[in-house]
Design a protein around this ligand. Structure first.
Ligand code: SF4
Ligand code: F3S
Ligand code: FES
Length: 257
């Protein structure tokens, strides 16, 4: 049985043999709409091991230094997509970012900010409604009017492969909120919604391809993308987003030809 190292009452992981603790200065962009006119930085000093997650570090701040810190998180394992934030200037999931990814030596400072382009509700919590409105606009559900078969609707391996990347999306918003086009024009449907549209457009069993391609062809749709690649670099699921966007663009053009 592997040895387990539970959190201590300070919130720090119990030290593992031979692993030295690092002092980490966590600089968090704070905003309380009830008391602040604008956001300001607060720095907290904690100790962590290189293999700890940044979410553990932020929990140390919330649980043992300042309980008023607001953040979202749920699964703690890179599945729910709720803890997207800007860590050391890059969109990441706090639960998938290790201290050693962003701290090189004891005493280093790590910046933590809310994701950009969405209204900040409090501290690291943003209003996700516009993001999910764009998601709903692409009709993110299976549409097939033909009678259901006695067993499942069969796909070949090649057909399943077409939607393998896009079906990995966990709707964390790291991509859309790192896109410079989205920052300047929030009506752009954004890379996350295009990835979701791709998942159904290239699903051989779905029958609403034409409708979804028309949505992608609107002036808020896929043509807004200027191939900036920020989205691909930000995706915690390693989805080749820019490539998928290009595939959707080609599908729109092919439909129009
Ligand atoms: Fe997150 Fe990647 Fe999905 Fe964008 S495509 S929402 S970055 S998982
Ligand atoms: Fe934006 Fe990604 Fe396109 S960052 S411009 S959606 S390639
Ligand atoms: Fe669920 Fe990080 S807490 S993805």
């Amino acid at each position: 049985m592997p040895e387990v190292y539970p959190p201590t009452t300070s919130g720090q992981s119990a030290p593992q043999p031979g692993v030295s603790m690092l002092k980490v200065k966590v600089k968090i962009l704070r905003f309380n709409p009830e008391t602040d006119k604008k956001a300001h930085w607060e720095t907290y000093e904690v100790e962590a091991q290189p293999g700890d997650r940044m979410l553990d570090v932020i929990h140390q701040v919330k649980w043992f230094i300042d309980p008023s810190l607001a953040l979202r998180r749920s699964c703690m394992h890179g599945i729910c997509g709720s803890d997207a934030m800007l860590i050391q200037g890059r969109n990441r999931l706090a639960c998938k970012t290790l201290v050693r990814d962003v701290v090189k030596k004891s005493g280093d400072t790590v910046t933590v900010e809310p994701i950009r382009g969405l209204k900040v509700e409090k501290d690291l919590v943003v209003d996700m409604e516009p993001f999910f409105d764009s998601y709903k606009a692409i009709m993110p559900y299976f549409i097939n009017e033909s009678p259901a078969p006695a067993t499942e609707r069969i796909q070949s391996e090649e057909q399943a492969e077409r939607m393998a990347h896009s079906s990995n999306c966990i709707l964390c918003a790291c991509c859309t909120t790192s896109c410079p086009i989205f920052w300047v024009n929030g009506s752009y449907i954004g890379p996350a919604s295009i990835v979701q549209a791709h998942r159904f457009i290239f699903d051989s069993r779905d029958q609403a391809t034409h409708q979804r391609l028309n949505i992608m062809n609107q002036n808020t749709g896929v043509w807004r993308c200027r191939t900036a690649y920020n989205c691909t670099e930000a995706c915690p699921r390693d989805i080749p987003i820019t490539q998928l966007i290009e595939e959707v663009k080609r599908a729109v053009m092919y439909q129009q030809a």
